[in-house]
Design a protein around this ligand. Structure first.
Ligand code: HEM
Length: 238
């Protein structure tokens, strides 16, 4: 949470703390913070008029937490398709998983600073990214004025349905209305674009695949057995 890639984006630590306090009171030292976060993601999807999926439990918490690791592990919004694919592959996730998980951008908000380079300083010949729908670009420019120093300015990532988990994100991509370069990049190869089009037209198919991909992502580098620990306070190691 201290890394510039997550701060000030990542929020809701108090929700995790509250869940932890109640779990510790009921059953001390059993449910890890890693499990609580996976359950919170599941519940967020359900509460956003999405759907319910089962999440396996049993993760243990790490004893090392380095903010520098976010910079080498999390992809920036400026990544192109090749870079994104490589980044996900390093975690054992396929390109199909990547297209599916990117659908999480069907909810939430982004800070103007995360994408303003697409609007005002794209490259040496074009200030605005030409792959961005012109009307959408104009709307974004209105919400994120050039040179603004207000770091709290945010926009909805899926304007048509910002708080609903649905396939609207993919409809945006088909209409060149992906917010980040990394979103629109999913339309830059025939294979990924075909998957985007299928999800854009088939909400149920997206939801089924999304649930499976979330469970798969939740199994990456999991600590079990005697590795790690069950933290009693999610903010610090025991
Ligand atoms: C494909 C690579 C990805 C990139 C480059 C990326 C990048 C970003 C960025 C830059 C933001 C906005 C941060 C801000 O300005 O505050 C964001 C928000 C968000 N991302 Fe991603 N993301 C990716 C994949 C994912 C995945 C796999 C998930 C979950 C399955 C996800 C879920 C979210 C959510 C829910 C938000 C909204 C947070 C909020 O409302 O505060 N993203 N992402």
């Amino acid at each position: 949470k201290d890394s510039p890639i997550n701060n000030p984006s990542l929020e809701g630590f108090d929700i995790i703390d509250n869940a932890k306090t109640r779990l510790e009171a009921a059953c001390k030292g059993v449910v890890s913070c890693a499990d609580i976060i996976a359950f919170a993601a599941r519940d967020s999807v359900q509460m956003s008029q999405g759907f319910r999926y089962e999440v396996p439990a049993g993760r243990r918490d790490g004893r090392v937490s380095l903010s520098s690791e976010t910079l080498t592990n999390l992809p920036p919004p400026t990544f192109n398709l090749g870079q994104l694919t490589q980044n996900f592959a390093r975690k054992g996730l396929t390109q199909e998983d990547m297209v599916t998980l990117s659908g999480a951008h069907t909810i939430g908000q982004a800070h103007c600073t995360s994408f303003s380079s697409r609007l005002y300083s794209f490259n040496t010949t074009m200030s605005t990214d030409p792959s961005l729908d012109a009307t959408y670009a104009a709307q974004l420019k209105q919400k994120c004025p050039q040179g603004s120093t207000d770091t709290s300015l945010v926009v909805d990532m899926d304007p048509p349905s910002p708080t609903t988990v649905d396939s609207s994100y993919y409809k945006n991509l088909v209409a060149n209305r992906g917010l980040f370069e990394s979103d629109q990049a999913l339309m830059s190869s025939p294979v990924t674009a075909a998957q985007v089009r299928i999800f854009s037209a088939n909400d149920a198919n997206f939801k089924l695949k999304f649930a499976a991909a979330m469970v798969k992502m939740g199994k990456i580098n999991v600590l079990t057995g005697t590795s790690g620990e069950i933290r009693s306070n999610c903010r610090v190691i025991n």
